[in-house]
Each structure stands twice: as C-alpha cells, then as structure tokens.
Design a protein around this ligand. Structure first.
Ligand SMILES: [Zn+2]
Ligand SMILES: [Zn+2]
Length: 215
C-alpha cells in the first residue's frame, strides 16, 4: 500500500543546524512563570493541584500505549517499556509535517509513524523516523529494505531495481544505505518498512533528482 498524505515537496534547506533536531525536544523550556495564570492567584486551594500548563514539557510513550497519558518526568512506558519522549503539553498531533533534514516526508498508514528520506550525497540515503508529533524516534525497531534503480532524465528506470538492506547509524538516529559506485542520480528508492515486529510491511516511494537536505 502506498503511503499518502504527508508528502512535502523539496524545500530549500532552512538555516542549517546539523543534528539540532536529534536528542530530546526542547519544546517549551519557558512555559512556567511567563504566562499569567489566574489559578496562581486563586485563593481556593483546590485550584492549586498539580495541573500542568499548556506548553509544559511532558513525557509520553512514543507508541502512545496509554492513549494520550503523559508524565511529568521521563520514565519508561509501563506498558511496552520504551523510553518516553518529550513533547509540549497540548501539542497537536500532525501539526508539523515539515522535513527536518530537508528530505521527503511521509506519514505512515498507521498515522503514528512518519518517515523522512534524505539523499545526503549521490550514493547515501538516510531514513529518519518520527512519531505523530514529529519527534524523532530511534530506528532500533525499524526494519527496512530498499529497491533501488537509476532513472534517466524522463524518469524512466535504467535497468532493473536491486535490493538492499538499510542499517542503523551508530546512534540509531537513522537507517543508512550506502549504494555502490555504479549508482548516480536521478534515482528511485522504494522503501519497504516494518515499524515493529509483527506489523505489516508498508511501501514508501522516494525519488531523487538531486542531493537533498543535510545530515
Ligand atoms: Zn509504550
Ligand atoms: Zn501526520
């Protein structure tokens, strides 16, 4: 099944902050204390219960095992055991479909996972994984294979596709495919992904006419 819905066309790279998006979100470092909150002046003690403010950083399982439940501190998900990820409280899912590395951005049919494919050089393809809040996810559970074929100026295949496996980068920030020297752009890369063991394979069609984005 072809994933549709979230594709973002090539965009000129924004200000380059290599790896600025890795690591944990900084979302809302300045939530507390800046906004006027009437509850703080409310003499009724019942209103002083620990209610987090919109914009406060909270932590949630990347698989959303507990349907929206979040924590004030980074804990392991009690259901699946994964590290929770930081996000701003009240942040809307799918609000940000912009590519973080200047590549091509897709939403998976599960409407949870998002993928970005980046051609960082003529021969190196990188695949980044995000959740529905566009927070980076580690690629450790991701299985991906690529069918790769060169194309001519009319976008017709040259020869037949060859299959390759993608391998995780050392920090698990992305999956990587380094193609043999016989490849050059334009190129079509069909990626088949299993997001978690037991899930069905999904197909994403990438095509690159030039090097995109940045690492
Ligand atoms: Zn979980
Ligand atoms: Zn989305």
């Amino acid at each position: 099944m072809l994933a549709v819905g979230c594709r973002v066309a090539d965009k000129p790279p924004e200000v380059s902050h290599p790896h600025a998006d890795h690591g944990h979100s900084t979302g809302a470092d300045h939530g507390h204390g800046e906004t006027v909150d009437s509850a703080h002046n409310d003499p009724n003690p019942e209103h002083h219960v620990h209610e987090a403010h919109e914009g406060t950083t909270v932590y949630r399982c990347p698989m959303d095992c507990e349907s929206g439940r979040s924590y004030e501190t980074p804990v392991d998900c009690p259901i699946c055991g994964m590290d929770t990820v930081a996000m701003a409280l009240g942040e809307k899912a799918h609000a940000d479909h912009s590519a973080k590395h200047g590549g091509l951005f897709f939403m998976a049919p599960d409407q949870w996972h998002h993928l970005e494919g980046v051609m960082v050089s003529d021969r190196e393809f990188r695949l980044y994984l995000y959740n529905n809040f566009t927070k980076p996810l580690p690629v450790t559970a991701l299985e991906a294979t690529a069918d790769v074929v060169r194309r001519d100026a009319e976008d017709d295949d040259i020869g037949t596709p060859e299959s390759y496996s993608l391998t995780p980068s050392a920090d698990a920030a992305y999956l990587r495919l380094l193609l043999p020297e016989s490849y050059s752009l334009p190129i079509a890369i069909d990626i088949r992904v299993v997001f978690a063991p037991g899930q069905k394979r999904e197909l994403f069609n990438f095509s690159f006419h030039h090097v995109t984005g940045r690492p």
